[in-house]
Design a binder for this molecule. Structure first.
Ligand code: NHW
Length: 464
């Protein structure tokens, strides 16, 4: 799977990472971890103490801040990433983030007074002589809650060094420079993911895949054809209904933002780590912006709107008109590098979702009594989780339908949020629309935040 590189260094061998404010060991007893105070690792600093000048670069290179809203510069980053970003171990697939995706993920609208886009957190390295962009790293501002503590944090992504400049220790310089620029804005924590193990993970998620286009996925080597299986049988087995099944399932609209925002916040409050979505404006940005252009007739294979990044759906109760559920995915294609005809793998990635089925009392009891799951009894909690699990099977099933109709080849999902309720193979065997476990993992990290490991199923990050 893409980005799944092995890394067998011990912590002491990480020349750079052993100098950074990240937890350096996982060997402490779990009791010690439980008892420790969660919080910053570095002593608290002020912005005045932060180095004012950029870090020195090797000669021949220069720093260059990137304005992602400028089409020419966005194109430069797009080209650098298209040719040099994350690949799988066999160099068969490489992420191909679209320009629309780069723009969407650079803007955060974290709060009305301080929009989260910091152009100085989009950092490029150019060859002095030619101006060619050869390395990049970026950060955006998000609010993160880890258990009971919420803090502003940089979400770091798109670290990339041109293939010809690898293994020259440019990465530590990029990371130190982005840290300096984040610190200059009074932000001291960061969150990031990687396909490799570094000091020190807070949790790991596994990739699952729902094959929507068996002939193509088998042809390009993304999935294999089980020995006793023919393509025709696989197509039949993995066929998806032509229309969503939940009454009131429809595309999210602007008028839904306040209800979706409230539902999402309440749902995410159940997890140990999550982005907080404090403002409705953020919710509108993350789920409705970048819808792209209409292309082709709805329901046809060409329906997928060109350039659309995020696809968000709600379930509106047909009688009360209350939004009871939301679910979304984003589009992240990959280049297919070793196939004579297929060039692009159209992948949809499950993004945020929320459902009120975990909050509704299963019988009798009023909503007021049943306000938080902490205050409900074990039996009631189990019933609600069962109901949520069943609901998520339906919701993810309907999402497959829209992804398939929109021309996506595969729907990918990580073992985040409540995904284990519908991803695991045992669960899948009782439904007609199974996801399969992939061989890829995504590792989650926090910078300058000491905390006990985050429980596997109980986390939700916005990691893209
Ligand atoms: S993960 C995607 C990373 N990008 C790619 O995989 C693209 C393809 N690969 C490359 O471009 C999502 C290069 O191979 C890269 C490494 C650039 C990955 N994260 O320059 P050197 C993100 O973008 C360490 C962190 O010689 P290279 C999240 C490595 O362990 N560190 O390597 C990014 C070693 O250090 P060590 C990584 O192969 C989060 C050192 O780099 C890493 O030419 C960043 C070697 O450097 C990775 N993915 O280039 C952290 N890969 O200690 C943000 C390697 O082991 C932290 N390394 O000796 C927070 C900052 C903000 C704080 C704010 C308070």
């Amino acid at each position: 799977a893409i980005g799944n590189k092995s890394n067998s260094k011990t912590i002491g061998e990480h020349k750079f990472w052993k100098t950074q404010p990240v937890p350096q060991t996982l060997s402490g007893s779990s009791f010690a971890m439980m008892a420790m105070e969660e919080g910053p690792i570095d002593p608290i600093k002020t912005v005045e103490e932060v180095r004012q000048e950029p870090l020195p670069l090797p000669s021949g290179f220069e720093w260059s801040l990137i304005d992602i809203k400028n089409d020419v510069q966005c194109e430069e980053v797009y080209s650098l990433l298209s040719e040099n970003y994350v690949e799988d171990d066999d160099a068969m697939f490489r992420f191909r983030y679209s320009k629309e995706f780069l723009l969407w993920s650079a803007l955060t609208f974290r709060s009305l007074t301080a929009p989260g886009y910091h152009p100085d957190w989009h950092i490029g390295v150019r060859v002095q002589k030619t101006g060619k962009l050869v390395a990049f790293i970026s950060g955006i501002l998000v609010d993160i809650r880890v258990r009971s503590k919420t803090f502003p944090s940089a979400e770091i992504n798109f670290l990339c060094v041109h293939k010809k400049l690898r293994a020259k220790r440019l990465t530590p310089v990029l990371i130190k420079e982005v840290t300096r620029r984040v610190n200059l804005r009074g932000v001291w924590q960061a969150i990031y993911t990687a396909g490799i193990v570094l000091p020190t993970p807070i949790g790991t998620s596994r990739y699952y895949h729902r094959n929507l286009n068996p002939p193509k996925l088998v042809d390009i080597g993304f999935s294999s054809l089980p020995r006793s299986m023919t393509i025709a049988r696989l197509v039949k087995q993995l066929a998806v209904p032509t229309a969503p099944s939940l009454p009131g399932f429809r595309e999210m609209e602007k008028k839904d933002v306040p209800q979706v925002a409230a539902l999402l916040r309440r749902y995410l409050a159940r997890f140990e780590i999550t982005q907080t979505f404090e403002t409705d404006q953020e919710v509108e940005h993350w789920f409705l912006s970048g819808r792209g252009k209409e292309g082709g007739e709805e329901g046809s294979a060409k329906w997928r709107r060109e350039g659309q990044v995020v696809w968000a759906y709600v379930v509106e109760d047909p009688t009360t008109h209350v939004i009871t559920d939301m679910i979304s995915f984003y589009s992240l294609p990959s280049s297919i590098m070793k196939h004579p005809t297929h060039r692009i793998l159209n992948a949809a990635y499950l993004y945020y979702y929320a459902s009120d089925s975990i909050f509704r009392p299963s019988s009798g009891g009023s909503e007021a009594v049943a306000e938080s799951s902490a205050s409900v009894g074990i039996v009631e909690e189990r019933k609600r989780r069962e109901r949520l699990g069943a609901r998520l099977v339906q919701l993810s099933g309907d999402l497959m339908v829209v992804a398939k109709n929109a021309g996506f080849d595969v729907l990918n999902a990580l073992t985040l949020l409540d995904n284990n309720m519908f991803l695991s193979e045992q669960k899948a065997s009782c439904q007609s629309l199974p996801f399969g476990a992939g061989d890829g993992f995504l590792v989650n990290y926090l910078y300058n935040w000491q905390c006990a490991p985050i429980d596997g199923g109980l986390k939700g990050t916005s990691m893209k």
